[in-house]
Design a protein around this ligand. Structure first.
Ligand SMILES: [Zn+2]
Length: 66
């Protein structure tokens, strides 16, 4: 498989997991994602979790899925 970001080749097993980028680009993406979500996720570790989670999409991100 070829990374759609940098054009480097990456393993098929990774592609099977649904990735379209190589490990390097994927990690970059994941880190950006974590930063974007940190605002939503952080309150979940506090006692008054629900009070701080105001965005519906944030709630779904934390309590939905999985
Ligand atoms: Zn790449």
């Amino acid at each position: 498989m070829i990374c759609e970001k940098c054009g480097e080749e990456f393993s098929l097993s990774r592609a099977k997991l649904g990735y379209k980028t190589c490990l390097e680009c994927g990690e970059e993406e994941a880190q950006r994602e974590t930063k974007r979500k940190s605002k939503c996720v952080a309150p979940a570790y506090n006692k008054g979790a629900y009070q701080y989670v105001t965005s519906k999409s944030c709630v779904v991100g934390i309590y939905g899925k999985k």
